[in-house]
Design a protein around this ligand. Structure first.
Ligand SMILES: C[S@@+](CC[C@H](N)C(=O)[O-])C[C@H]1O[C@@H](n2cnc3c(N)ncnc32)[C@H](O)[C@@H]1O
Length: 395
């Protein structure tokens, strides 16, 4: 990572502008802000901001399990591994500043669930002091965990965090969480929600003037895992959610105030007006649809999104191939998409045979989805580390 900074530094020195930049930085930045920021941190931030540090990682799996703040200390734990590799260490950053390096801890439970080389030594736990001036309550802190092999980055788990990230509304019953995130743990619902919100929000910010957005739809919102973050933290937005699962929508409508929730049919059209939404977000809906249904829904999304608006949707991409059956892998390689596997999680709710476990290659997704939208970004493993995030604009 630091090689990028070193290279940039060398270039600036060669151009004889490193010292003048340092002088301007000290004059402007340090005078304006109380807390000094190291120049290399600033360069690091700039490089990341303009996309020079977007690194491609091998397929990895990992989740945050705890992010708890108490008396100035943020305690972070979870697990992460790259199948086939054994991580040497975890490198922890808060707001892009390196705060520590730790050795992986043994996690036999992870290895039992995901029996791959590398899974056993996948645990991390770190306690980080947030200094007085750190924006803890009102702003967000960027938390990054890098998994390293021989001092090289092999995986990265990131989220935004602030101690008051949760709202005070009710938590969904276990069976509703189980149907959407395959877990009954409320801590998982919250942390996965926080991570998804961070990922989608950052992409929106990168490609849209977010303050100008008026209406957002969470398509396939389930029990509001992501919608509730937009409701709490972007209060000026009119937040809608829809799903084919009536029980999830009834729960959202009764428990998430100010959201507007609607049950929709498994096949378009919806009742939403043309050009109604500036932003549509969707986590793990295309991942359950057959190819022709994906295209029907893309057409519908194009109808209800305003010109210039964004559709941010996750798909199960190539990083999940390693975890798929040999038939699915073969089908994916042959056709670009594998959509035959039935998913039983929505039995009795979706029409028989409708809900699938769909995997698709990046080339397939870009080719097919760009018939309806311009693809402005494709973030491999950009949606909760397991799915790819496709950012699309209606032209
Ligand atoms: C894996 S869950 C994800 C739920 C939610 N997006 C989240 O982040 O927790 C997939 C959701 O998509 C919904 N769904 C499936 N097909 C849909 C469709 N055609 N339109 C809207 N929702 C759909 C399911 O009912 C389910 O709630």
């Amino acid at each position: 990572m630091n090689t990028h900074i070193d290279r940039l530094k060398r270039l600036l020195i060669k151009l004889r502008i490193y010292r003048p930049i340092g002088w301007i930085y000290r004059r402007i930045w340090l005078r304006e802000r109380r807390e000094p920021v190291h120049l290399s941190t600033l360069l690091n931030l700039l490089l990341r901001r303009f996309g020079f540090m977007t690194k491609k990682y091998p397929p990895f799996r990992g989740y945050f399990e705890h992010l708890d703040y108490s008396q100035g200390v943020l305690s972070i734990s979870g697990w992460m591994f790259v199948p086939g590799l054994v991580l040497d260490e975890f490198h922890i950053e808060l707001n892009r500043v390196h705060i520590g390096t730790i050795k992986p801890q043994e996690r036999k439970d992870v290895e039992k669930r995901l029996p791959f080389r590398g899974a056993r030594l996948s645990g991390f736990h770190v306690e980080a002091r947030l200094s007085e001036s750190e924006p803890t309550m009102s702003n967000w802190v960027d938390v990054d965990i890098f998994g390293l092999v021989k001092a090289k980055e092999a995986a990265r788990l990131s989220t935004m965090y602030r101690p008051d990230y949760r709202d005070s509304w009710a938590e969904p019953p276990a069976r509703l969480m189980q149907r959407t995130i395959a877990s009954e743990k409320t801590s998982f619902y919250w942390l996965l929600g926080l991570q998804s919100f961070s990922e989608y929000y950052k992409s929106i910010e990168r490609h849209y003037d977010v303050k100008k957005a008026k209406r957002l739809l969470d398509w396939g919102c389930g029990c509001g895992r992501m919608a509730r973050f937009f409701l709490k933290h972007l209060r000026y937005l009119e937040v809608h959610g829809c799903d084919i699962d009536r029980e999830q929508i009834e729960w959202c409508a009764s428990n998430l105030p100010k959201g507007q929730f609607a049950v929709i049919a498994p096949f378009p059209p919806t009742r939403y007006a043309d050009d109604m939404f500036d932003l549509v977000i969707s986590w793990s809906v295309f991942t359950h649809l057959q190819r022709e249904h994906q295209l029907d829904w893309l057409r519908e999304m194009r109808r209800i999104i305003a010109p210039g608006g964004l559709l941010l949707a996750s798909v199960s991409g190539e990083s999940l191939m390693k975890f798929a059956s040999p038939e699915a892998q073969r089908e994916m390689l042959k056709n670009g998409i594998s959509d035959r596997r039935l998913d039983r999680a929505l039995d009795g709710i979706a029409p028989a045979g409708y809900y699938r476990g769909t995997l698709q290659r990046k080339s397939y997704t870009c080719r097919e989805f760009s018939q309806y939208f311009r693809i402005v970004d494709y973030l491999e493993q950009g949606a909760t580390s397991s799915q790819d995030l496709v950012v699309m604009r209606k032209e």
